[in-house]
Ligand binder design. Structure first.
Ligand code: FAD
Length: 497
C-alpha cells in the first residue's frame, strides 16, 4: 500500500529543503501543494530571497558568489556577521524567549545550509540596492545579511522546483492535505482533497511544511486579537493553518507565541492578499528616514530605534493599533533620496506638495493643525550638530519629545514633501508546534509523535514579538533540511523512531 517513504506537505522553501534532503538519503518522496501550479511556491515566492547567515568578510561572500568582479570586491564593505552577533540579535529581539536549542542550530548551521542550497542550484547575489548605501565611493552593507537569491523569492523557488524535477520528485498541485492518518505505530499517511475528490495517501513518514495561519482571518482574530481580521496578507492566500490544525489534532504540542506575528507597514489600500505576478509593491520600509503620524496627526513610534531589518516586523502591529488602523509616512526631499524602489512603483497611495500646509490637506483622515504642530516640534527637537549617516546608527536624534527618534532624525523642511498612507500587512504567524532538534514533532509530554516532522513557519518557539530580517527563509531551510533527513532516516529504518 505504501508508495512513498516520505510525503512532504507544502512546496515552499522549507518543504523543498525537506524533500531534497530526504531524497539525498535515498527516500522516495512526494510533495503535496494546495495551490494551483501557476501560484506555486507559497510565501517563499513573495520574498526578497534574503538569507541571514553567519559570514566573515569578503572571503566568505566571495565563496557564495564566485563571479563577483574585482571592482565589486574592491568597492564593497560587506562587514561580518558572527555567530555571537546572530545569537545576540535573536535573543534581544525576541525578548529572550527564543528556544535556545533551536536558535543555536539555526545560527550554527546557517552558512553550511546556504552552501547546500547553492549546490542544489540556487544562485545568490549581494543586495546592493536595498541593503547597502554608497559612502565615499564604497558600498557599505548594513549589518546582518548581505545575500539574496537571484530573482528574489520567485528565483529561489523556481530553482528549487527545477532541482526537484531534475531528480524526479513528483509534486501534486491543487492537493490540500486535510488530516493525518495514524495507527498504533504512529503517523502513516495523510488525507487529501484534490479537485473535489478525497483520497488517502500513505508513507512511512510525513513532513508538514505548509505554513502558518496568516491567511486565515478567523484564526487571526482568534489568536492575534481584534483588528487582525482587517490586516492585509502580504503573501500567499493558502496558508490558513491547516498543518497546525492537523498536527494539534493528533496531539502535537502548541509552542511559541500564538498571539504574535511578523507584520509591517503596508500600503493602506493594498489588495487583501499578495499577487504573485504583480508589478506593484505595497511594502513601505523606508520609514527610518521619515516621520510617521497617525490620524490624530501625532507621532506614535520611534522610526529610528534601530536598523530597519530589526524593527520593521514589529511596526505593523503598532500601525494596526492606531485609530482607524492606518498611518502616514512623511519625507522631505532629503529623506526621499533614501526611498526604496517600492515607493516609486504604480499603485502607491501617496500625496505630494510644496508646502506642509498643502500636503496635509491632501492627506486623507489626518488632524491638520496637530500634524503641523507635530512637524514643528519634531524639527525643533533634532540634535543638528550630529552628522547624519544612513549606514550606521548615527545617534542623530531628537531630544525632549514624548516619543523621540533615536537615529537618522533629519528635519522635514525641504520641499517637495511626500506622504505615503500605510496600513498593516501580515507576513507570517509566530505560533506553531514544538519540534526537537532532529525535526520530530513533539507531543505535550515532549515525546516524539512517531513518523511526524515539521519545518518552516509551522515551527513555534523561534520568533517572539519581533524578527530579524531574512531569518525566516534561513530557519525554514535549516529545519527543512533537518526534517527531511530525519523523516528519511526514520522511513528507511536508519534512525530510531
Ligand atoms: C512579501 C514577503 C517578503 C518576505 N521576504 C523575506 C526575505 O527576504 N527573507 C526571509 O527570510 N523571509 C522573508 N519572508 C518570510 C518568508 O516568506 C517565510 O519565512 C518563509 O517563506 C516561510 O516558508 P515556508 O516554507 O514555511 O512557507 P511557505 O513558503 O508559505 O510554504 C507553505 C506551502 O504550503 C502550502 N499549503 C498550505 N496549506 C496546505 C495544505 N493543507 N496542503 C498542501 N499544501 C498546503 C502553501 O500553498 C505553500 O506553498 C517574506 C514574506 C513575505 C510575505
Amino acid at each position: 500500500m505504501q508508495t512513498y517513504d516520505v510525503i512532504v506537505v507544502g512546496a515552499g522553501n522549507a518543504a523543498h529543503c525537506a524533500a531534497l534532503s530526504a531524497h539525498e538519503l535515498g527516500a522516495r518522496v512526494l510533495m503535496l501543494e494546495r495551490s494551483p501550479q501557476d501560484q506555486r511556491g507559497g510565501n517563499s515566492s513573495f520574498t526578497g530571497g534574503g538569507f541571514r547567515m553567519v559570514f566573515h568578510g569578503v572571503e566568505d561572500i566571495h565563496k557564495f558568489v564566485p563571479d563577483l568582479t574585482k571592482e565589486e570586491l574592491e568597492t564593497s564593505d560587506f562587514g561580518d556577521y558572527t555567530a555571537e552577533q546572530y545569537l545576540d540579535d535573536m535573543g534581544r529581539i525576541t525578548q529572550y524567549n527564543t528556544d535556545p536549542d533551536l536558535t543555536e542550530i539555526l545560527v550554527q548551521q546557517s552558512a553550511e545550509t546556504v552552501h547546500w542550497i547553492r549546490e542544489k542550484g540556487v544562485r545568490f547575489v549581494p543586495e546592493y540596492g536595498r541593503r547597502a548605501f554608497k559612502h565615499q565611493g564604497r558600498w557599505k552593507f548594513l549589518p546582518g545579511f548581505v545575500l539574496a537569491a537571484i530573482g528574489g523569492g520567485r528565483g529561489l523557488v523556481e530553482a528549487y522546483f527545477k532541482a526537484a524535477e531534475r531528480i524526479g520528485i513528483p509534486i501534486r498541485y491543487d492537493t490540500q492535505a486535510t488530516s493525518l492518518i495514524r495507527d498504533h505505530t504512529g503517523i502513516i499517511g495523510v488525507r487529501v482533497t484534490s479537485r473535489g475528490v478525497d483520497e488517502e495517501l500513505y508513507a512511512k513518514s510525513i513532513v508538514l511544511a505548509c505554513g502558518g495561519f496568516e491567511a486565515n482571518r478567523e484564526w487571526r482574530t482568534r489568536y492575534l486579537g481584534p483588528g487582525w481580521d482587517l490586516a492585509k496578507v502580504r503573501g500567499s492566500r493558502y496558508n490558513t493553518g491547516d498543518g497546525l490544525r492537523m498536527a494539534l489534532d493528533v496531539g502535537a504540542q502548541s509552542y511559541g507565541q500564538w498571539s504574535g506575528c511578523h507584520s509591517v507597514a503596508w500600503d493602506r489600500y493594498a489588495p487583501d492578499f499578495g499577487e504573485i505576478n504583480s508589478h506593484t509593491s505595497a511594502q513601505r520600509h523606508s520609514y527610518p528616514f521619515s516621520i510617521m503620524v497617525n490620524g490624530e496627526g501625532k507621532r506614535f513610534l520611534d522610526e529610528g530605534a534601530d536598523f530597519r531589518a530589526l524593527t520593521y516586523a514589529k511596526y505593523g502591529r503598532i500601525v494596526l493599533e492606531q485609530p482607524g488602523n492606518y498611518a502616514w509616512q512623511i519625507f522631505d526631499s532629503v529623506g526621499s533620496q533614501y526611498l526604496r524602489d517600492d515607493y516609486r512603483m504604480p499603485g502607491v497611495t501617496k500625496v505630494k506638495a510644496e508646502t506642509m500646509e498643502e500636503l496635509v490637506t491632501r492627506m486623507e483622515d489626518v488632524n491638520a493643525s496637530q500634524f503641523l504642530e507635530t512637524v514643528r516640534k519634531f524639527n525643533a527637537a533634532i540634535k543638528r550638530d550630529v552628522v547624519f549617516d544612513p549606514n550606521i546608527k548615527d545617534g542623530r536624534c531628537t531630544v525632549g519629545l514624548a516619543i523621540n527618534k533615536s537615529n537618522w532624525a533629519n528635519p522635514i523642511e525641504k520641499p517637495p514633501f511626500e506622504a505615503y498612507a500605510v496600513g498593516t500587512g501580515i507576513t507570517f504567524t509566530f505560533g506553531g508546534i514544538k519540534i526537537d532538534t532532529t525535526g520530530r514533532a513533539l507531543d505535550v509530554a515532549d515525546s516524539p509523535l512517531k513518523g511526524l516532522y515539521a519545518a518552516g513557519e509551522m515551527v513555534g518557539g523561534i520568533f517572539y514579538f519581533n524578527y530579524p530580517g531574512a531569518a525566516g527563509l534561513m530557519a525554514g531551510a535549516v529545519f527543512g533540511r533537518i526534517a527531511g533527513r530525519g523523516a528519511a532516516g526514520y522511513a528507511l529504518g536508519q534512525t530510531p523512531p
